[in-house]
Design a protein around this ligand. Structure first.
Ligand code: DUT
Ligand code: MG
Length: 164
């Protein structure tokens, strides 16, 4: 099989029996990404009521997926929330969509593990179980501008690794 685009398990999860992202139906655009561990997403409202801000509930929680994605240089993986998350359990992706760059794969900082940023604007904490589907990734093509120079830096991580 030619290797063009796909997912792999991140090294540190190798013996934890994670599965690779799947599309639920033949016509689904998105590969469902799952949580690599049990994790609690604290409710922002509840924290404000109780004054307990442990676990940084005013910010967002990063859900590890245990997988990395490889793809050609002219593609990225578009990370989108599941539409059922806001409807059923008040979970939003505060960055709107996530952009997983092709050079994030195997970066020196975290090997390219994909994280899903989630904020819980509901009234109760939400427990996510290992293996539960949390978001979806869509392989997408992009174009570049004419006026580019080649003074690029090398990606060493994500979430602000290239500076403010
Ligand atoms: O929801 C997300 C968004 C991003 N990333 C990873 C993959 C992406 O390639 C990298 C950088 O994302 P982005 O460029 O959107 O964030 P930034 O704030 O500009 O960080 P950086 O300075 O590292 O580019 O972080 C995720 O794992 N999940
Ligand atoms: Mg960036």
């Amino acid at each position: 099989m030619t290797r063009i685009r796909g997912f792999e398990i991140v090294d540190k999860y190798k013996d934890q029996e994670l599965s690779l992202p799947k599309r639920a139906t033949k016509g689904s655009a998105g590969y469902d990404l799952t949580a690599s561990q049990d994790i609690v997403i604290p409710s922002v409202f509840k924290a404000m009521q109780t004054g307990n801000f442990e676990g940084n509930p005013v910010g967002s929680t990063l859900i590890p997926t245990g997988v990395k994605a490889y793809m050609p240089e002219n593609e990225y993986l578009l990370l989108a929330n599941r539409s059922s998350n806001p409807m059923k359990r008040q979970l939003a992706v505060p960055n709107g969509i996530g952009v997983i760059d092709s050079d994030y794969y195997n970066n020196d900082g975290n090997e390219g593990e994909i994280f899903v940023q989630i904020i819980n604007y509901g009234l109760e904490d939400v427990e996510i179980k290992k293996g539960e589907r949390i978001a979806q990734g869509i392989f997408t093509k992009y174009e570049t501008a004419d006026q580019e120079t080649d003074d690029f830096s090398v990606r060493t991580g994500g979430f602000g690794s290239s500076g403010r």
